[in-house]
Write a protein that binds this ligand. Structure first.
Ligand code: ADP
Length: 191
């Protein structure tokens, strides 16, 4: 299995680039944001809890997300590999992912960190909100909170992967094609 973590702040282009990567490298896209939004739409009790957290821009508890990730990985266990998008978002999740993949004799082969300045993110999220209707992309305060949560809870995940030599930074500013080309170059240089 060849596994990629695509990492970056909200609005950095993880989802869009993931779609292109899965096509080129024949990987399965695992987006925890998509999985959580699907649960939210189902209207279940769990979905209601999730909605309250997402709509404020806060993280969903690790155990809840991990359970969904495990179920999804088991469902697609015969794939060439996964691209993890939006996961891991905390160091606890990163530690958990390492153990879980070890059960499949696999690991995270590379973490691609999309680098985009905060002001640019803010602009992108607001314009995405106008199109997608995502409540968490339409409110200034919620966007600011998500960027804050990213800095406090998610950025430490980078050090976890830097320590393991799996971290690769990619400039996330430019056209979609430019960024995709940089990503492919980085993947192709990973053994
Ligand atoms: P973005 O990258 O734009 O923030 P996502 O779709 O990845 O969008 O995530 C949307 C929301 O879903 C997050 O703000 C958070 O509330 C929740 N979420 C997604 N992934 C995780 C995760 N791994 N752990 C906890 N919460 C998550």
């Amino acid at each position: 299995m060849f596994n990629i973590v695509i990492f970056g702040p909200p609005g950095s282009g993880k989802g869009t680039q993931s779609e292109r990567i899965i096509e080129k490298y024949q990987l399965v896209h695992l987006s925890t944001g998509d999985l959580l939004r699907a649960e939210k739409r189902s209207g279940s009790e769990l979905g209601k809890k999730i909605m309250a957290l997402i709509d404020k821009g806060n993280l969903v508890p690790d155990e809840m997300v991990q359970q969904m990730v495990r179920a999804f990985v088991l469902e697609h266990a015969h794939t060439n590999g996964f691209i993890f998008d939006g996961f891991p978002r905390t160091v606890k999740q990163a530690e958990w992912l390492e153990k879980m993949l070890a059960e499949f004799n696999a690991e995270v082969n590379v973490l691609l960190a999309l680098e985009v300045p905060d002001e640019e993110l803010h602009k992108r999220l607001l314009s995405r909100g106008a199109i997608s209707g995502r409540a968490d992309d339409q409110d200034d305060k919620i966007i600011k909170n998500r960027i804050k949560v990213y800095h406090s809870q998610t950025m430490p995940v980078m050090d976890f992967y830097k320590g393991r030599g799996q971290y690769k930074g990619v400039n996330g500013v430019g056209t979609l094609d430019d960024v995709f080309e940089r990503i492919c170059r980085t993947i192709d240089n990973t053994n």
